[in-house]
Design a protein around this ligand. Structure first.
Ligand code: BGC
Length: 785
């Protein structure tokens, strides 16, 4: 009783303090005033409407604060601790656009997907996009953005690759760091996710990723390590899956030994939504907060604290980190948000930034940019009329509009065929109505299946068939043909192999259009409006140009036409390898390929060993992910990592390497030798001595930069820096990072298979001891060179 009175008095004092400018939080004092129950509450989110679980009577709390946000922290009113708002996601803030009884709208800008941002290879641009996203977070009253997603593209079929950045840890880490720095410059937080090993969607909640300690260190943890050290994200989100037998959110070796002790991270760790199983163990491990809160967690923590199986000092450590987070937020500062971010200004940012991440894959005889005389465009492919802004699930954004390719052409003053437009729009409408009717029938027949289907990406309409005579007639009238192929994927489910291939209807359309237009000397451009890699080797020679536009956000059609018309010169490069065949990817042996029947949603806390690649996945490719595999084992590819064309050409000259202390500086002169202004991405790979004998990749990307816009004839010197410690590999036998002594090659390149200059420098040997943790729980049959 006495304690409570004191507490209320202190609370009053705190409230008063809250109104003053400084508003300091006395963490120790607050901790001393909290009951066991207060602590358990604060460690758990406010629940998720519709899931029937509770963390006391707070379900629906998020809806009251910012409707559509993913979650909120538990308010402890008596202690003056407010609820802070956590909201997705990587391509922009995801909140409800409309509110009951409110005429205003709350749309957010749909920025380009993560893969496109990474494909810009431009950290400054990513930071600018992050700044704009963070501004919407702040102005809509949220405190922490649940982004960036930065898992490695281990396999092209991961349904969430679109949210992620690359198959390479340096690209993923530096892109994430730039994004975090941009968002957080607004005084709001981020959550780097999903930490780690969530490289497939199938059974993500129970899958046990079996990964060698070396691949963990060099490939899967590396991007997080880079981002954390370079940008200090306010929070980290653990992944759903197990790694080597333990849920990441329950693993002290990961969350304390590596994240805190080795990397020095001081921020807060939260679970992915409903992630993990044993709440008390999550607390012990240092997964500070459980989101969004589910049945049994509160009781489990209170019991463990009461019987001593969870130490109070561990709980206080977690609560302390939660309080540190709250203290940094706009909510704590009482920020009066406007609910009116400058959506017009942000639309400009997304339109321009998207053009910089588009990758020109083919451009025979300078088909692109379109000749100034071209005015009439034959626009084919359903997706041209229904452009895809981004992927589905928590990576989606509730945007006000999406500019289609058709709209983009119209806005730029091109002519189009209204008859073709009507055909496509009618067909899309009928397909959508049929889908809805099927869903209604499913809802009646099988409500469970229906609920699941609603979670998954809505299938795109099968490509429409157009008869040959119509296409031939078009070819006479139009100056050029543009065909869009689209792909949509998202959370909960991986892509299927038939999503990787062109369908027979798509191939048929491509054949007919190429035949008809080429017969009359006109060109065909293929546009890829996709979130992940597709097969190209079998058809890429047919059209005259191919532009990978990715999913470019709400201004997509405008951005694409800016590139097609030459208003913008594409300067994106691929951040992942495009294989000839899907089965060329080494991890395809160990990936849940076409496992639709094995969608599982419930975690039972147990480690299963039943169904390969569903219950467990052996990462047998080890460190040979992406180009590290293709280039070390000389496997042909359709497009290599780091590849992308421009409307101009660049000459690399005068490459030099110099050493200063433990740093190697590589400089190279880049000259625009073409006629159009453009930017070039310069890549620096390093090849270790005796890489084959030492079982290392033939080369690894260590640094990159993009030039400023260079006018025709203009030159720039690009300097890239690599630290000796960046050259270390992980030595499992001795639990250490080890730099082998010897002569290293520094490869200045335009892609992983286009080396422009080979330099060499001597590097001294060095080791750095770390902890022998996260050991595999099974024997793995690892690929070696
Ligand atoms: C996703 C997270 C997301 C969270 C909250 C989960 O399903 O995996 O990436 O942040 O939901 O919406």
């Amino acid at each position: 009783m006495k304690v409570r009175t004191l507490l209320l008095l202190t609370t009053a004092a705190m409230m008063a303090a809250a109104c003053s400018q400084t508003k300091q939080m006395d963490k120790e004092e607050l901790l001393s005033q909290m009951s066991i129950e207060d602590k358990a509450h604060l460690a758990i989110g406010t629940g998720m409407a519709g899931l029937g679980n509770t963390n006391s009577p707070t379900i629906g709390a998020t809806k009251k604060l910012v409707p559509g946000a993913a979650g909120t922290t538990y308010p402890l009113d008596s202690l003056g601790i407010p609820s802070i708002v956590l909201s997705d996601g990587p391509a922009g803030l995801r909140i409800d656009p409309k509110r009951e009884g409110d005429k205003n709208t709350y749309y957010c800008t749909h920025f380009p997907i993560g893969t496109l941002l990474a494909s810009t290879w431009d950290q400054q641009l990513v930071e600018e996009v992050g700044k704009a996203i963070g501004n919407e977070v702040k102005e809509y009253g949220a405190d922490v953005l649940l982004a960036p997603g930065m898992n490695i593209h281990r396999n092209p079929l991961n349904g969430r690759n679109f949210e992620y950045y690359s198959e390479d840890p340096v690209v993923a880490g530096l892109t994430a760091a730039a994004y975090v720095n941009g968002v957080q410059s607004n005084g709001v937080g981020t959550s780097v996710k999903h930490f780690f090993g969530n490289n497939q969607e199938t059974n993500r909640i129970n899958n046990d990723a079996h990964i060698s300690q070396r691949a963990i260190r060099e490939i899967y943890l590396k991007p997080f390590e880079i981002a954390i050290k370079k940008s200090n994200p306010w929070t980290v989100m653990t992944s759903y899956n197990h790694v080597n037998g333990k849920y990441t959110s329950e693993d002290k070796e990961l969350l304390q030994t590596i994240l805190r002790d080795e990397w020095g991270y001081k921020g807060m760790v939260m679970t992915d939504w409903l992630g993990g199983f044993d709440a008390a163990q999550q607390m012990r491990a240092g997964n500070d907060m459980l989101q969004p809160g589910k049945a049994g967690q509160f009781e489990s923590i209170v019991k463990a604290l009461s019987d001593g199986s969870l130490k109070m000092e561990d709980m206080d450590r977690n609560i302390g980190r939660i309080l540190d987070l709250i203290q940094k937020t706009p909510k704590w500062a009482g920020y009066k948000y406007s609910n009116k971010p400058d959506l017009k200004a942000h639309a400009k940012i997304t339109r321009q930034s998207a053009t910089e991440g588009m990758v020109l894959l083919e451009n025979k005889q300078n088909t692109l940019p379109l000749d100034k005389n071209i005015k009439n465009v034959g626009i084919y492919g359903c997706t041209s009329y229904q452009f895809i802004a981004g992927g589905t699930g928590s990576g989606n954004v509730n945007h006000a509009y999406v500019v289609s390719l058709l709209d983009g052409f119209k806005n730029a003053g091109y002519n189009y065929d209204a008859d073709l437009q009507k055909k496509y729009e009618d067909y899309i409408k009928v397909s959508a109505e049929k889908y809805e009717a099927d869903m209604k029938a499913m809802e009646k027949k099988d409500p469970g299946k229906y609920m699941l289907a609603r979670f998954l990406p809505t299938p795109l309409p099968a490509e429409m068939t157009i008869d040959e005579a119509k296409i031939k007639a078009d070819a006479q009238k139009q100056d050029v043909a543009v065909i869009t192929f689209g792909r949509l994927s998202g959370e909960f489910v991986d892509r299927f192999t038939n999503d990787f291939e062109l369908s027979s209807a798509e191939k048929d359309l491509l054949n007919k259009v190429c035949e008809a237009y080429h017969a009359v000397g006109k060109k065909v451009v293929v546009l890829l409006n996709i979130g992940g890699v597709i097969e190209t080797a079998s058809w890429k020679n047919q059209p005259d140009a191919i532009l990978c536009a990715w999913q470019a956000g709400q201004e997509g059609g405008n951005s694409v036409v800016d590139v097609l018309s030459g208003k913008a010169n594409p300067s994106g490069k691929l951040t992942m390898t495009w294989p000839v065949k899907y089965t060329d990817v080494y991890s395809s042996k160990n990936f849940p390929v076409d496992q639709a029947a094995n969608l599982k949603f419930v975690a039972d806390g147990k480690v299963h060993r039943d169904v390969k690649n569903v219950d467990y996945t052996d990462y047998e490719e080890d460190i040979y992910v992406g180009y590290r595999y293709f280039d070390s084992f000389n496997v042909p590819v359709s497009y290599p990592f780091g590849y992308g064309l421009s409307y101009t050409n660049f000459e690399y000259s005068n490459a030099k390497v110099s050493q200063k202390g433990d740093e190697y500086n590589v400089s190279v002169e880049i000259k625009n030798t073409g006629k159009t202004a453009g930017k070039e991405v310069v890549e620096l790979y390093v090849a270790a001595p005796n890489s084959k004998e030492n079982n290392k990749p033939v080369k690894e990307l260590k640094a990159y930069a993009k030039t400023a816009l260079l006018n025709a004839g203009e030159k720039a010197v690009v300097t890239l820096t690599v630290k000796a410690s960046d050259l270390a590999s992980y030595d499992e036998d001795n639990s250490q990072w080890k730099v082998d002594e010897g002569e290293y090659q520094f490869l200045v390149a335009a892609s992983s298979r286009d080396i422009k200059a080979t330099l060499s420098a001597k590097v001294e040997g060095a080791v750095e001891k770390v902890n022998d943790v996260l050991k595999p729980n099974v024997k793995l049959n690892l690929l070696r060179r």
